[in-house]
Design a protein around this ligand. Structure first.
Ligand code: HEC
Length: 135
């Protein structure tokens, strides 16, 4: 019986740790998404197509992880936003790499306005201390 309790406690601690780690990782993706899309915008303005393509590729990858996260939670709407964001950034990367910077800017605008905002409205919640949490 003692052993059983010990093992059960271990699992409970483990489960809590995994959830906390997941959320911390999620937050690191969002922070990277905000920083990288800022850099992408600057690179497009500066007509730095290589830099812009690299940023967009990174964003495509980040939202691939975000997609898998929501897929594991079976949240269809969030999964679709993440997938559309990833696909959109992939397209920005291609357009930037082939020097079509105006097209890349336009794609960036629609990708962020639809998907960042859409998912935040549905799945982001402000905590009492002013930080963001997952809903
Ligand atoms: C699929 C859903 C989804 C998409 C798409 C999404 N976000 Fe988020 N975002 C969230 C959730 C949920 C939170 C709250 C949890 C958190 O802050 O970790 C969040 C939080 C954030 C935060 C606050 C981070 C913090 O806690 O300090 C920033 C900044 C952010 N997102 C930027 C972006 C940008 C920029 C995009 C688009 C390029 C984007 N997000 C797209 C779901 C999404």
């Amino acid at each position: 019986m003692k052993h059983f309790l010990l093992i059960a406690t271990c699992f409970a601690v483990l489960a809590v740790t995994v959830v906390a780690q997941d959320d911390a990782e999620y937050q690191s993706w969002m922070k990277a998404a905000a920083a990288t899309s800022g850099s992408l915008r600057k690179n497009l303005e500066a007509k730095n197509s290589d830099g812009a393509a690299a940023d967009a590729k990174k964003l495509e990858e980040i939202f691939g992880h975000v997609h898998d996260y929501w897929s594991a939670k079976h949240a269809d709407d969030a999964m679709k936003f993440a997938m559309a964001a990833s696909t959109g950034f992939g397209q920005v990367a291609e357009q930037a790499a082939s020097g079509k910077l105006d097209d890349a800017s336009a794609t960036l605008k629609t990708t962020t306005s639809t998907n960042c905002g859409g998912c935040h409205a549905a799945h982001r919640e402000k905590a009492a201390d002013g930080s963001w949490k997952i809903k």
